[in-house]
Design a protein around this ligand. Structure first.
Ligand code: 9Z3
Length: 328
């Protein structure tokens, strides 16, 4: 438990601790060493081959209410943005570290999970008792399977997962620091929906909170601004793209701009909860541009991530060649 004196030293006067203090006060996930070993091996492999690498974060973090967790607060995100984007980056020759919320959507398998179809509906039983893919799904599944197998057999896709906010923050710090050895050819695509509020370990109930005391009042602390050290220290040379989710249209661009100014990274992609699948806004220090799908594109099942990624590839080429976004 921190003393009053510690708190005065470590927080910003509004009760928000800094990221270093967060990492001192919270325990790392038990599989952090394994996460780091796999990430280092993957990054080294692609460094030797000069392949650009993108770290994609995807899905929502949870904030537990109890140490022995029965209840938790979740963040909205199915993992669609991240998993579709991973496929588009792979198609464009990027190696992908896909850091996702456990059991959220993953590249390629997303076509068959979390749908109204049970996976068994894709199969049929032949008369002699063999299992086959139902003919009406077979062609599309063969295409998806081939892409998935190519990505895995060429070591282009590393799947890593997280569940809690703490899990996410420790892995984000380790992952970005390992990626930093790639310099400007690293891209960070921060699409995960990350909690803004949490209960610090020392204030958390150990056991399941009991209902006998009546209504439950929760006080949550603010999560430290981890994008600050990410931009200035952990991932200093790479191209950093964060996402900003809002529900009030008026706030989207001002909040995105505020984030750019506060953290000093290169691009914020703003999206509204209700329209995120058909329109996003790219915000850089000197520009603001809406990217949308036309009705025809929507009718043809074009995914907005193909447009997001083709924009980002231009920015990344400029970034790799001269360290700015100009001339993209
Ligand atoms: C996003 O804005 C993502 O695009 C979505 C994707 C979460 C909306 P789905 O996974 O949804 O396709 O269902 N992600 C960033 C959300 C976030 O927490 N951003 C922080 C903020 O807005 C900054 S890192 O402050």
């Amino acid at each position: 438990m921190a003393t009053m004196h510690d708190n005065q030293l470590l927080d910003n006067g509004q009760g928000v601790i800094d990221p270093d203090t967060y990492f001192l006060r919270n325990n790392p996930p038990s599989n952090l060493a394994e996460f780091e070993a796999k990430t280092s091996e993957f990054v080294q492999y692609h460094k030797e081959r000069n392949t650009p690498v993108v770290l994609i974060t995807s899905g929502g973090t949870i904030v537990p209410l109890e140490n022995q967790t029965v209840r938790f607060i979740d963040n909205f995100s199915a993992g669609t943005r991240g998993s579709v984007s991973a496929e588009k980056f792979l198609e464009n020759g990027y190696a992908v570290i896909f850091m996702h919320r456990q059991f959220s959507l993953q590249p390629y398998s997303r076509h068959y999970t979390h749908s109204t179809n049970c996976f068994l509906d894709y199969m049929t039983l032949t008369e002699d008792g063999k299992i086959e893919v139902d003919a009406k799904y077979a062609a599309a599944m063969a295409t998806t399977l081939a892409k998935y197998q190519k990505a895995r057999s060429n070591n282009m896709l590393l799947l890593q997962d997280f569940v809690t906010l703490s899990d996410y923050l420790f892995k984000l710090k380790s992952g970005t620091r390992i990626m930093a050895t790639l310099g400007r050819s690293a891209m960070y695509y921060l699409a995960a929906a990350v909690s803004d509020f949490f209960i610090p370990t020392e204030k958390m109930a150990e056991h399941k909170i009991q209902s006998r005391d009546g209504a439950l009042t929760l006080t949550l602390d603010q999560v430290p601004k981890f994008l600050k050290p990410l931009v200035s220290v952990w991932a200093s040379n790479g191209l950093i793209v964060s996402f900003k989710l809002e529900t009030d249209e008026k706030l989207l661009v001002p909040k995105a701009r505020q984030a750019l100014e506060k953290y000093g990274h290169q691009i914020v992609v703003g999206n509204m909860l209700t329209t995120r699948k058909k329109t996003v806004t790219f915000i850089t220090q000197d520009s603001e541009r809406i990217v949308s799908l036309s009705q025809e594109e929507l009718d043809n099942d074009v995914e907005i991530e193909s447009k997001i990624i083709s924009e980002l590839l231009k920015y990344h080429r400029a970034w790799i060649s001269h360290g700015t976004l100009e001339g993209q």
